[in-house]
Structure formats: structure tokens, C-alpha cells
Design a binder for this molecule. Sequence first.
Ligand SMILES: Nc1ncnc2c1ncn2[C@@H]1O[C@H](COP(=O)(O)OP(=O)(O)O)[C@@H](O)[C@H]1O
Ligand SMILES: [Mg+2]
Length: 306
Amino acid sequence: MADTALQTTGLWFRYQEDSPVLRGIDLQVPRGQFLALVGANGSGKTTLVKHFNGLLRPWQGQVFVYGQETAGRSVGELARQVGFLFQHPEQQIFSASVRQEVAFGPHNLGVVPAEVDRRVEAALARFDLSAIANRPPAILSYGVRRQVTLASLAAMDPPILVLDEPTVGLDARGVGETVAWLQELHAAGRTILLVTHDMGLVVEHAERAIVLSEGGIVADGTPADLFGQPELLARASLGQPPVMALAQALSPWGLAGDALTVETFCRAYEALYQARSLASTPPPAQEGRSTTGGDDRASQRGEGQP
Ligand SMILES: Nc1ncnc2c1ncn2[C@@H]1O[C@H](COP(=O)(O)OP(=O)(O)O)[C@@H](O)[C@H]1O
Ligand SMILES: [Mg+2]
């Protein structure tokens, strides 16, 4: 099988005649990559990813899955290779019960019944749905319906997963479970294309980030490359990961301001701590920044020493 899981060449798309929404997208996603697609609302993320399962077709250009062009291949055929999570659960759910909904995908792919049952029970357990497996999805909250769609995707077990804002509406536990699942899939060699506004997720998990702005790719690199470009972030309406904002706020105290992840932050803190005793270092003068505690800060920080 081809080494490139997903590819577009010169992809243009328009919903209406005079306003192209995608403007010549050239993108190549190697097999096994964990790629984040980010950008402002309306930049074209959903429009782009819907091309990978055939829901949308190019106006100009080509789309390939494992090196094979999608033109002429049905959505059902592409679903064997590309599992797709819609941005809104209501676009995806139509079965009478949670269990039936989760079973629909693998059943439709022709998976043998015993294996469908095994996958369904595992997916229900994984996303905390076993106790409500017989309920109609329509009566469930948005977050739980989102979990139903994640379980459906898990039960299909596709080699490529395209997820359009999967963590929106989930509680903290749901986000943690989803992220752990994606990490497992990534470790097992699956290709993951994650559309998200959660910059913390991008820095902690993605190997590569693509930034879309007004239908074009304006940046393509590692998350560290991306978050090192403040003008680009502003232009694409992207925020900073929370850990990065914290590291920058602490940089006047000598902490490396480029720490992006919890792990790199901890390493920066450790390096600083080893270089000098935090407790005995007076804080630098801060102009124009409101502070609390004044002279007490050094001793307060001293109390918190590891
Ligand atoms: N079904 C549609 N008909 C017409 N315009 C659409 C449709 N869906 C999206 N658009 C427009 O296409 C642009 C890109 O939308 P979308 O791909 O949903 O962006 P994103 O996912 O980045 O928020 C927006 O200007 C949006 O209004
Ligand atoms: Mg979208």
C-alpha cells in the first residue's frame, strides 16, 4: 500500500459559483502521521476534510486515499479506509438505540456478526456507554451523543481517521478518554487527521500542524514551529496553548518562555530550579503589571519548593 495515506493536489472547491472556499490545496499526509488541522471558523477545515470520505468532490484538482484517486469511488467504499467523525453528532446519528448506532458501521462494512458484537461491546465500554446502550440517542445530551459517534468510529476501526472537532461538548473525562484512544491508535500505526480549536491538544499530541486561512494553507510544520510565530497565530485567529502562555508569563523569572507542553514546562522548571534556588531569588521589577503580595512573593514561592 502507498506510503501516503491522504493527498490533495491543486484542490479547489466552491459551494457557490463566484466564491471558492478552498483555493488550490496541496497536502500530503504520510501513513501513520498524527496531523492537526487548525484555523479560524469559516477557513475551510470542514470543507477540506469532507473531501477525504467523498462527501464533497473537487471543483478542480484531485484527492487521493492511499494513492488512489477518490473520483468515481463511493462514500461507502471510501469508508473502508477513511473513518469520518462529523463536526456535529446530529449529522451522523440515526439509529434507534446507542448499541444499534455503534453496530451500524462495522455491520455495513461486512464485518462478521461475532466480531461486530465484540467491537461494539468494547467501544461502548471504552466511551462509558454500556449502561445506556439500549437508549435512543436522541434523548441523550450533546456530549453523550458525541461519545456515541466516537464509539461508532472506534467500532469501525478504520486505518485512517478524520475527526472534525471531536472534543467539542465533551467533559474533561470525555476529552481524556478520547485523547487516550487517539494516542493508542497512533501508536498502532493509524493515520489521524484531527480538526481542532484546542491548541493544548495540538501541542501535546500532533506531530504536524497545518494552518488554514481563507481556504489556503498558510503554515505547515511542527506545533513548535507554529506556536513560535505570533503574527501567524494572530492572522489565523489562533490562541496559544495554555502551558505556553504560562511559560511566557513566567519568563521574567527566568523560566524558558518557549515551553509548549506539560513535559517541556516541567523540564524548563527543573533546569531553572537546579540553576539557582528559587526561594532565594528576588522577583524582577515588573513595570505595568499588577501583582499581589509584593515582597511576600519570594517567600510564598519558597513554600512551594519541591
Ligand atoms: N453548505 C454550504 N453552503 C454554502 N457555503 C458553505 C457551506 N458550508 C460551508 N460554507 C462556507 O464555506 C466556508 C468554509 O466553511 P467550513 O469549511 O465549514 O469552515 P470551518 O470548518 O473552517 O469553520 C465558510 O465561509 C462557510 O460559510
Ligand atoms: Mg468546521
